[in-house]
Design a protein around this ligand. Structure first.
Ligand code: BGC
Length: 835
């Protein structure tokens, strides 16, 4: 981790400049523009129809997404407090500032506007150029939450101002980007998704919450549940990959891990699910870019993880930067009001992404700060993160009636509900002893998380007939080569929390420890930098390989190459790492490639020429130990890919649950350029269609066989399917056998295709998975209940439904599973027959 990040989480000191036309008094024009935009949107009817939902439906009347937030006791407290609040105090709850770290605690007692006392300006309002001091705002009830305030001393200082000095003593909520660990950092979310182990994610997420609450952080901007089907988008690192079903399972797990059953308990934090919605579909994988898709695709592929998070009780959501079908997500009543609150009954509050309210002007749907504010808050964005628009614009908008007081009141209620539910009023300060370094008690779990995240992509046999991995004790001389072999700071990925470099175990450290214990020799050579073209280190690396029995190369991306603003147009190993790899492989020694990356990379050459490849993502604090455990076979790899690895970047977006098209290239050899009889198909002329390593794929040190793939019914009457939305309609089963010679874990996957529906359905979609550990020779029957949720699709009315259609079910070890069974849903009303 870079030293500047050690005690700061993604602290942003730069703020994009607002557009300059802020003086146009165009509130009417902008609200009219809002209606005009809505009228041209494909969702225009729903947008207009739902404009009033949030203020017209009484809170208690709605279905509660989180019973704690909907509790009558909290509601009574909210109403009592709301009645006492001035307009300024209400607006204060909707304001969030980024702590730039420049406001010294010493200012706390006589906090004056920074411009007056000559101190560093900590919160500059770009619109009015009011030089605000966030401590003074806290002390006067004009601040609701803070972003990136790090450390118990600092959060407590702010909190004392809010609680002791402000008129109504309303505590602040401290939020931070704790995405995969606070001090003890676990693998990036894409890596954790490869574990297909939601229970593990629950436990890991809880460790982060336990650690961060000791510093006063009670709100995580996590999980990111955006489906990403295009690895050019750097934020693929932060999510669970390309699949809606896996994404939903991971979303639920993070919420449970952060929030538990009771938000007010010690060690619990409120989650902020982001980035709502469809941010992962940014065109061409370019960060902050627009998204455009049918409502069917939105509901079938992109919304399920957000919905799952809401159903799991997520306390807050973050509205995204992107426009969806022309309407920016941070001013989108269709997303925020109709779906989130109307359909899903979301009880929490929505915070905008960073300056997203201001960016409505850049999008071109707001002419000035007043209209941006009007559009955001009336659409359902409750808290303004860092635009400084709500505090400057809302007073006048409310006084002139352009934003009804009821809209502000409702936003404030939502914020206060979360503050009451988290127990902030009772326990406003940092809890327990502050955690300032990685927690030893959390290391074993974090190590397990890393081990489960690794995906073994290739493992060939050597001349002696044994696979190169696990490393044999006979091969005593290991050459460890590459820029990621011994760089602690690069082990944590783009959002490494507040992890500290000295706490991180590198691969070099762990492998030298092993070598010492086993009497082996570790030869280390860096070879090159992550992004460099000098070959000055190549000779040393080649020499180390020549002197070894096996070469382990630690190559890949730097932390900064993925995550926010980390879009790439090339997906190769950066710099001259590929040349280094080829030079080392030319020695003829067996090569094991460890790939560190925040996304799928193009590993075409490596796949053809190397003995072994293992994707290790960014493993976190226990990186080296976890790598050593798996390389030496203490643990067998069990991870499966949560995203397809392409052969070439031009295949992107590439995902397994694609549509067949009218011209599928079935039975055609796509590795050859097309001839006359093989050209007019949905194909490329220069690369096969399929992934180099497909979704769900991953090898083990053992082998597994699948047999007896069956379904419990051959036919289900449609009326029964439509009437029963909560229990299984059919059960799919298979027998898994460990045919290898060691105990290992397999991720069993169940895929479904629906043929004959009124809307084209994917060639297959994941509808169940299970991690199963078996001893050699052991077998187990694995079953997957399939109900309406798994079998339905979104029809042209944008509603989930089933029709009288045919289903194929595959159960196997990847999205290429080939053992299948079939059943149909029939119009007939007689009861289903069994096999
Ligand atoms: C990112 C969010 C993050 C927020 C606060 C934004 O730029 O898109 O994911 O939570 O900043 O740091």
């Amino acid at each position: 981790m870079k030293s500047s990040k050690v005690d700061a989480l993604n602290v942003k000191k730069l703020m994009p400049s607002p557009p300059t036309n802020s003086c146009l008094p165009a509130i009417f024009a902008s609200c009219a523009l809002a209606l005009a935009v809505a009228a041209f949107s494909p969702f225009a009817m729903t947008q207009q129809a739902t404009q009033t939902v949030s203020s017209s439906i009484p809170h208690q009347a709605r279905h509660a997404s989180n019973a704690q937030l909907a509790s009558p006791a909290i509601e009574a407290r909210v109403e009592r407090l709301l009645r006492q609040m001035t307009l300024e105090e209400k607006i204060g709850q909707l304001v969030q500032y980024n702590d730039t770290g420049d406001s010294p605690a010493a200012q706390a007692d006589d906090a004056k506007p920074a411009a007056d006392n000559g101190a560093v300006i900590v919160a500059v309002n770009p619109v009015t150029a009011n030089h605000l001091d966030s401590m003074q705002l806290a002390a006067t009830g004009r601040l609701g939450s803070m972003l990136n305030t790090i450390g118990a001393e600092r959060t407590n200082t702010y909190q004392h101002l809010a609680v002791d000095k402000s008129r109504l003593h309303i505590p602040l909520l401290f939020g931070a980007d704790v995405i995969h660990g606070y001090r003890t950092v676990y693998p990036i979310p894409l890596g954790l998704a490869a574990s297909f182990d939601p229970e593990l994610v629950v436990s890991l997420a809880h460790t982060a919450a336990e650690e961060a609450t000791t510093a006063g952080v009670r709100w995580f901007y996590s999980p990111m549940v955006d489906i990403s089907r295009d690895p050019r988008w750097g934020r693929t690192a932060e999510g669970a990959g390309e699949d809606a079903y896996l994404g939903a399972a991971m979303a639920r797990a993070y919420i449970r891990g952060y929030q538990g059953d009771d938000l007010s308990q010690p060690g619990r934090v409120a989650a902020s699910v982001k980035h709502y919605a469809a941010y992962g579909a940014a065109e061409a994988g370019r960060e902050y870019n627009t998204t455009d898709m049918s409502e069917i695709r939105l509901r079938q592929v992109y919304l399920p993880p957000y919905k799952a998070a809401v159903e799991a009780g997520a306390a807050t959501m973050m509205s995204a930067f992107n426009a969806l079908n022309g309407v920016p997500a941070s001013a989108n009543p269709f997303l925020l009001d109709k779906i989130l609150r109307g359909e899903w009954g979301f009880d929490g509050f929505v915070v905008s992404d960073y300056t997203a309210v201001m960016e409505l002007m850049n999008h071109g749907i707001a002419l000035d700060p007043a209209s941006a504010t009007c559009k955001a808050i009336t659409a359902g964005v409750d808290v303004d993160m860092m635009s400084h628009f709500y505090d400057t614009q809302l007073p006048e908008l409310v006084r002139t009636g352009k934003v009804p007081m009821s809209v502000v009141d409702e936003a404030v209620r939502r914020v206060l509900r979360v503050k009451f539910a988290t127990g902030l009023f009772e326990h406003p300060y940092a809890e327990g002893t502050e955690v300032t370094s990685a927690v030893d008690a959390h290391r074993p779990l974090v190590r397990k998380g890393a081990e489960e995240s690794f995906v073994l992509l290739k493992n060939s046999n050597l001349d002696d007939g044994t696979p190169v991995l696990p490393l044999s004790p006979e091969r005593k001389r290991i050459a460890l080569i590459g820029p990621l072999a011994d760089d602690a700071g690069e082990m944590v990925g783009a959002w490494g929390g507040a992890g500290r470099n000295p706490d991180i175990v590198t691969v070099r450290q762990a492998l030298s420890e092993r070598a010492q214990k086993t009497g082996g020799t570790l030869l280390y050579a860096k070879g090159t930098e992550i992004q460099d073209y000098s070959q000055s280190g190549f000779d040393e690396a080649v020499k180390a390989a020549q002197d070894s029995d096996v070469a382990v190369l630690a190559l890949g991306e730097s932390n900064e190459m993925s995550g926010e603003a980390g879009s790439r147009a090339y997906l190769d190993l950066p710099g001259n790492q590929e040349q280094l790899l080829e030079a080392v492989a030319a020695t003829g020694k067996p090569v094991v490639l460890l790939v560190f990356s925040g996304r799928p990379l193009v590993l075409d050459w490596a796949a053809k020429h190397l003995a072994a490849i293992m994707e290790v993502w960014f493993p976190g604090t226990e990186a080296g130990n976890a790598v050593a455990d798996v390389l030496y076979g203490d643990v067998a790899p069990s991870g499966k890919l949560p995203m397809s690895f392409p052969r070439a970047v031009g295949q992107e977006p590439l995902y397994y649950d694609q549509f067949s098209t009218g011209r599928p290239p079935i039975g055609i050899d796509l590795s050859k350029p097309p001839g006359d009889d093989s050209r007019f198909f949905s194909r490329y002329i220069d690369v096969p269609n399929d992934a180099l390593f497909p979704f769900g794929f991953g090898l083990s040190y053992s082998n597994f066989a699948y047999s007896d793939v069956e379904v419990s019914k051959s036919s289900i009457p449609l009326p029964q399917a439509l009437a029963n939305r909560s229990t299984a309609l059919v059960e799919a089963t298979a027998t898994l056998t460990n045919t290898g010679n060691r105990t290992a874990t397999e991720v069993v996957q169940c895929y479904v295709r629906n043929l004959g529906a009124s809307v084209e359905q994917p060639v297959r979609s994941l509808k169940g998975f299970a991690r199963v550990t078996l001893a050699p020779g052991e077998s187990k029957k694995v079953s997957f209940p399939l109900g309406f949720n798994e079998l339905s699709f979104i029809n042209v009315e944008n509603l989930p439904t089933m029709e009288a259609t045919h289903y194929t079910v595959w159960i196997g070890g990847s999205s290429l599973a080939d053992k299948q069974a079939a059943f149909e849903v029939s119009e007939l009303k007689q009861s289903a027959d069994s096999h």
